[in-house]
Ligand binder design. Structure first.
Ligand code: P6P
Length: 324
């Protein structure tokens, strides 16, 4: 079985970018180990702190964030990093070629109940100008500019799914040798689905168009969509996206009128964009409901974005509801 470095080399990934990805993997393998220890490591549970999102930080949120931040800011090719758990972007090497954004432990509310969580990462090229990596302005590029994106899903096995723009590959962590090895290449998302993922408890906060689409899904065969839908909600985006990559589906965290400025819960730079690159590279689609997520121009490192992604023909239906 091919190792990750062999696959990256075969995709023509520059050695400097491969080292950045390798350092993300070193941190993720340590995160996987610590998660696997569970209660034995004495690092479950919450801290007394809140992140800039207003979310209480789990101990493992902080530990995972520090592992990624420390190794990447020490990498000669990383100009700076942006993290869900950091208020501001952090400078690495002023001459670094790459910028890395990440959600160090997505879905961490699931840790205490032993459900799957994940690390999401996105890699951009640093602009040639003299801004430093702690100037968030260098990060404010659309998702189309990403040179690599991926996630590590910490489930029954630790899986890496990533793309460098040449399709989507799945790697499994061989714990005997501590390497991610290729176990599926060229993943393609089924174009159609009858399975949607959304947090139904937020229904009263959605726009009318989203309410109408979900209402029509629930009407089943007798409704305008003409088929019976199933529903899933894991409250871990990495797990939802992985299910969709493997068997199709549509995941939505839509515009939410509770705080219009936030436009929903999920963050563009380290959730929406990397997942959109993966989904589009796997033949799926990813939209705000009105435009492709990867065309959204970020204004800040913690911008939020409505998310509708997955099987392309189902995403097209949701977009059509928003045009009607
Ligand atoms: P809710 C996890 O906190 C996360 O950012 C995503 O991984 C997940 O899809 C979503 O939020 C869950 O949100 O409102 O259902 O807790």
């Amino acid at each position: 079985m091919k190792r990750l470095d062999q696959v990256l080399a075969s995709e023509g990934v520059p050695a400097e970018l491969e080292l950045v990805i390798d350092h993300v993997m070193i941190a993720c393998k340590d995160i996987a180990y610590k998660l696997g220890q569970g209660e034995l490591a004495g690092i479950l549970g919450a801290t007394e702190d809140e992140n800039i999102q207003g979310e209480t930080q789990k101990m493992l949120d902080v530990i995972s964030n520090d592992l990624l931040k420390d190794i990447l800011c020490d990498n000669p090719y990383v100009k700076g990093v942006g993290s869900e758990e950091e208020d501001y972007t952090i400078a690495g090497n002023p001459n670094g070629k790459y910028l890395v954004t990440f959600d160090p432990l997505d879905g961490s509310s699931n840790i205490d109940v032993n459900l799957s969580v994940g690390t999401i990462f996105s890699i951009l090229e640093a602009p040639a100008d003299d801004r430093t990596g702690d100037d968030q302005g260098v990060f404010l590029q659309t998702g189309r500019k990403q040179v690599a994106a991926g996630y590590v899903l910490y489930g029954p096995s630790a899986l890496l799914v990533m793309t460098t723009g040449k399709g989507v590959n799945l790697f499994t962590l061989d714990r005997n040798v501590g390497e991610f090895v290729l176990t599926k290449s060229g993943i393609q998302i089924p174009e159609d689905t009858a399975e949607f993922a959304i947090n139904m408890s937020n229904q009263r906060f959605w726009e009318p168009e989203m309410k109408q689409y979900i209402d029509d899904c629930l009407l089943g065969e007798e409704g305008p969509l003409g088929k019976r839908y199933n529903m899933r909600w894991v409250a871990s985006m990495v797990a939802e996206v992985h299910r969709i990559l493997i068997r199709g589906g549509i995941f939505m965290y839509p515009y939410d009128k509770r705080d219009p400025s936030k436009a929903g819960k999920l963050r563009l730079m380290y959730e929406g964009n990397p997942m959109s690159m993966i989904v589009e590279q796997a033949g799926g689609a990813s939209s705000t409901g009105r435009m492709d997520i990867m065309d959204v121009q970020p204004k800040g490192i913690h911008d939020r974005v409505p998310v509708v992604l997955g099987s392309k023909n189902e995403v097209a239906k949701v977009v059509a509801y928003h045009k009607s």
